[in-house]
Design a protein around this ligand. Structure first.
Ligand code: PLP
Length: 356
C-alpha cells in the first residue's frame, strides 16, 4: 500500500532520491565502493558538494555577495553560530519570538550579548506571527523565523530595515521565491525541505563577517567554510548527496516558482477542508497560516480513535501534531504530492459523514 507521509521532519523526499541513495550505498558511481566508505576528498565526492552548492545558488538566485555553505549540527548549531559571527563584543541584536525554534535561537544568542526581543506571540501559544514591531537601528542584526514548523504559522513578508536580516528558513526554504539579497544570513537544517538529516545550509553575506572582535572557533567561523569551500573537515557525503539529488529533482520540476504553485494548491486544498468541515478547527491565525505545516484539532476528542483508524486505513502517516499544540499537523513539503493532500481531505470528508 502506498503511504502518504505528512511527517514534519525528517520528511518525505522524492522517490528518485531514495532510489539513487540506495544505489550509491551499494556502488557509488560504478566505482565498486559504497558512498559510505569513501573520502570526502575523492573527486566524485567533491563534485557532490560543488553541485549541491551550485544548485542552491541557481535555484535561489543567490547573488555574488553571498556564499552557500553546508555545515553540520543542524539548524540548532546555527543559532549560536550566527551570534558568534555577527554579534559584536558588547553588541546588541534584535529577535522576533514567533515560536519555539525562535525562542531557542534567542536563548543561544543571549550567551553572546544583549538580545532585544522586538515582539512575541508566546502568550497565545504562538498561534500568530507578531507584526507592527519596530527594529532598533543600533543592533548588529535582526533575527526571524520564516516558518514556525510546530505552530503552523509563516511570515508572509519580511520587515524592511537597515540592519542585516538573519532568517531561520529551516522549514520553508526552497518552497517559494525569496529575494536572498535582502538577507544577511539565511540558514536551514536540511531535513525539512532540502534533503535527509545530517547537514545545514547557510547562505552568508560575505562582507558582514570578521567584524565582531571575537575569537571564533574555526568550525563555527563562517569564514573558515567559505575559504575551504565547505570542505574544512569530514562532511557526510551521503547526506549532501541526498540534498544534491533533491535539488536536481526540484530543478527538473521547474524550480522554486513551479513548486511554489503546487505548494499553494496543496495548502489551499488542505485549509479549505479544515474550514469547511465542522469536525475540525485550524489552530493558527488565518492570515498567518503556513503553506508547509497545517495545524488543526478535532472539536470532539471523543472520536479521535475513530479518525486515527480511518487515517491508518487510508495510509496517511505521521499526522500527529507536536505535543505543544496537540491535534494534527499536515506537513506539505515540496516532495509531498497534491494527491496525498487529496487523500487526507477525502478521509476528513468521510469522517464527517460518519460522525458529523
Ligand atoms: C526543525 C527546526 C529547527 C531545528 O533543526 P535541527 O536541524 O534539528 O537543529 C530549527 N528551526 C526550525 C524553524 C525548525 O523547523
Amino acid at each position: 500500500m502506498k503511504v502518504h507521509n505528512f511527517s514534519a521532519g525528517p520528511c518525505i523526499l522524492p522517490q528518485v532520491v531514495f532510489d539513487k541513495m540506495a544505489e550509491a550505498c551499494l556502488n557509488f558511481n560504478n566505482s565498486g565502493t559504497s558512498i559510505l566508505e569513501i573520502s570526502h576528498r575523492r573527486k566524485d565526492a567533491v563534485e557532490v558538494m560543488d553541485t549541491a552548492r551550485a544548485l542552491v545558488k541557481e535555484l535561489m538566485n543567490v547573488p555574488e555577495t553571498h556564499d552557500v555553505l553546508f555545515m553540520q549540527g543542524g539548524a540548532s548549531l546555527q543559532f549560536p553560530t550566527v551570534a558568534y559571527n555577527l554579534l559584536k563584543e558588547g553588541g546588541k541584536a534584535a529577535y522576533l519570538d514567533s515560536g519555539k525554534w525562535a525562542a531557542n535561537a534567542i536563548k543561544e544568542a543571549k550567551r553572546f550579548g544583549e538580545i532585544n526581543v522586538v515582539a512575541s506571540s508566546k502568550e497565545d501559544n504562538y498561534n500568530y506571527v507578531p507584526k507592527g514591531y519596530e527594529i532598533p537601528t543600533d543592533v548588529d542584526y535582526f533575527h526571524c523565523t520564516s516558518n514556525n514548523t510546530i505552530f503552523g504559522t509563516q511570515m508572509k513578508e519580511f520587515p524592511t530595515t537597515n540592519v542585516p536580516v538573519v532568517c531561520d528558513m529551516s522549514s520553508d526554504i526552497l518552497s517559494k521565491h525569496v529575494d536572498v539579497s535582502k538577507f544577511g544570513v539565511i540558514y536551514a537544517g536540511a531535513q525539512k525541505n532540502m534533503g535527509p538529516a545530517g547537514s545545514a545550509v547557510a547562505i552568508v553575506q560575505k562582507d558582514l563577517l570578521g567584524k565582531t572582535g571575537r575569537n571564533i572557533p574555526d568550525y563555527l567561523n563562517y569564514a573558515t567554510h567559505i575559504a575551504k569551500e565547505s570542505s574544512f573537515n569530514t562532511w557526510p557525503v551521503i547526506a549532501i548527496y541526498g540534498v544534491m539529488l533533491n535539488l536536481q529533482w526540484l530543478k527538473e520540476q521547474g524550480g522554486v516558482d513551479a513548486i511554489a504553485k503546487i505548494n499553494t494548491a496543496k495548502a489551499e486544498a488542505m485549509y479549505a477542508e479544515i474550514d469547511r468541515n465542522g469536525l475540525f478547527t485550524g489552530t493558527a491565525n488565518v492570515e498567518d497560516r503556513s503553506q508547509m505545516n497545517a495545524t488543526f484539532v478535532l472539536n470532539n476528542e471523543d472520536v479521535k480513535a475513530e479518525f486515527d483508524a480511518m487515517l491508518k486505513e487510508a495510509g496517511v502517516v505521521s499526522l500527529a501534531g507536536h505535543r505543544d499544540v496537540g491535534g494534527y499537523r499536515a506537513s506539505m513539503y515540496n516532495a509531498l504530492p497534491l494527491e496525498s493532500v487529496k487523500v487526507l481531505v477525502e478521509v476528513m470528508k468521510q469522517f464527517e459523514q460518519k460522525f458529523g
